[in-house]
Design a protein around this ligand. Structure first.
Ligand code: SF4
Length: 485
């Protein structure tokens, strides 16, 4: 370990510690790099200032910083691991405070994201963070946004004290299974991660019953991050864990970070995963939180998400018998499940159809993504799709149809075309679609799904509702959090 802290300038140490923090995505980060130019205003740096969102949705700029990158732990995937020969540096609580106040006064930042490697011990590191926060809040009267990392293994009373000063805390679960933790982060035990999350969820729960102006601890809740592709854990496992974290611990966000190879180690993959995996997980995460989907419906536990279409399209194609739905009569829940219709447009459709019959032109004016939606809806009885042909719809959605036709010389595509059929079956195999049309096993509707009572099925007059039948068909196989992780 190269420890050059004593001879480094403050600027050099800040550079090392902001660089070291850039892999933590449990607060959002811009990851852009642009130098300031004459005649233009502003610049972007890969590390340093990032953007995050407060509880009320406001985008703010934070300085993203480690207190130290001297670590006692040896997590294989981490640039700051103990066995790495990398420049080390630390900042004192006073230095962090002076830096924050200086940047804040110059209007560079609106808050702080403070993380740290584990120096000496988890409690020692947590105490340094608390000391910094105490000084910032009490001595410097800093009232800006503070997001800190709970150090795994720190005592419960320190976690509680830190929560008093922070707006948001995150405990990074890092790897989605205990087996992967043992292999890649041997010093981190499951309980070291789960305990503080459970503790902070209790704080969040008490916040829910406290008037907003009196909420003292982590008013912006807790978040976590998982690394994708460093271990063999499938997306199915990851998204089930995510669902359990939202439901059990009331997390505000789960962030996913595609593994970046920074260390040479035979226990790690040589290459980063396809970045679309990270994207698909974010899309699926959105479906869990805002669209009423269950993880069980989205992907089998041992499979990754299809990369060619997004998880909502993938679900719709596997459940093509539920479509097309009539835009003028479908329930709100069903509209949410139509590819190309988001939460805002589902709401708009519900409102607009009270006053007139909606057509495809109405949907276009609402900016519904018709390139996707038209395969799954009828509008005033009109259908513009290509029927109950999930494989062909998939090709249309992925724009692969012209490509396949070109490869096979110009001719009319037929559903019975053997070449096309074999390409489709190969790709389905690869994407883990199998031959099933219905959802993967069981699940009910998520407790976290947004509920607009005025749009309940009952309010819509009930009757034959394929989505209700679909839901009724599914038997719940509730996996406990403990079995997931
Ligand atoms: S605890 Fe692990 S992940 Fe965190 S800084 Fe140390 S080596 Fe890196």
């Amino acid at each position: 370990m190269v420890n050059i802290g004593e001879t480094q300038t403050l600027e050099e140490r800040i550079k090392i510690l902001t660089e070291g923090a850039k892999y933590d995505v449990s607060c959002s980060s811009s990851n852009s790099a642009r130098v300031a130019q004459k005649g233009q205003l502003g610049a972007c740096h890969i590390a340093g200032v990032c953007h995050s969102f407060t509880a009320d949705g406001r985008c703010i700029s934070l300085i993203k910083l480690l207190m130290t990158n001297k670590c006692e732990f040896d997590c294989l995937y981490c640039v700051n691991r103990r066995s790495n020969d990398t420049p080390r540096a630390s900042l004192t609580p006073r230095e962090v405070c002076e830096l924050i106040m200086g940047f804040y006064r110059r209007n560079y930042i609106e808050g702080l994201f403070l993380s740290s490697a584990v120096e000496k011990s988890p409690d020692h590191t947590m105490q340094l963070i608390i000391q910094t926060l105490t000084m910032l809040r009490k001595e410097y009267k800093f009232n800006g946004y503070i997001h800190i990392k709970a150090i795994p293994g720190a005592s419960a009373h320190l976690i509680d004290l830190a929560a008093t000063f922070a707006d948001r805390m995150s405990v990074n679960i890092e790897l989605p299974s205990e087996t992967s933790l043992k292999l890649l982060a041997p010093q981190k035990k499951k309980e070291m991660l789960v305990s503080p999350m459970r503790q902070l969820s209790g704080v969040a729960l008490s916040n829910a019953h406290t008037p907003r102006r009196l909420v003292k601890k982590i008013p912006a809740g807790q978040t976590t991050q998982m690394i994708i592709g460093a271990s063999p854990d499938a997306d199915g496992q990851i998204i089930r864990l995510t669902e359990a974290l939202y439901r059990k611990f009331g997390l505000k966000r789960v962030y996913y970070s595609a593994y970046t190879p920074v260390n040479n180690d035979s226990r790690l993959p040589a290459l980063p995963p396809d970045l679309r995996r990270e994207n698909r997980l974010y899309q699926a995460d959105w479906l869990l939180r805002f669209y009423g989907f269950d993880a069980d419906e989205l992907v089998p536990a041992d499979r990754n998400f299809a990369l060619d279409v997004d998880p909502k399209c993938d679900w719709a194609l596997r459940n093509i018998d539920l479509f097309p739905v009539e835009i003028n009569t479908a329930s709100y829940d069903m509209l949410l499940r139509v590819p190309g219709i988001g939460v805002r447009n589902a709401f708009r459709i519900m409102q607009a159809r009270k006053h007139s019959v909606l057509t495809f032109d109405s949907l276009k004016k609402m900016r519904v993504a018709l390139t996707r939606a038209l395969f799954f809806v009828t509008a005033a009885g009109e259908y513009r799709g290509i029927g109950d042909k999930p494989d062909l719809i998939r090709l249309r959605l992925t724009d692969k149809l012209p490509l396949l036709q070109n490869n096979n010389a110009p001719r009319q595509l037929s559903i019975f075309d053997n070449d096309i059929a074999s390409v489709l079956s190969e790709r389905n195999e690869r994407n883990g679609l199998g031959d099933g049309k219905t959802g993967f096993g069981a699940g009910g509707y998520g407790a976290g799904a947004p509920s607009l009572s005025e749009f309940s099925e009952a309010a819509l007059g009930g009757g034959d509702n394929p989505l209700l039948e679909y839901k009724a068909d599914k038997a719940r196989q509730s996996e406990s959090f403990e079995t997931l992780f």
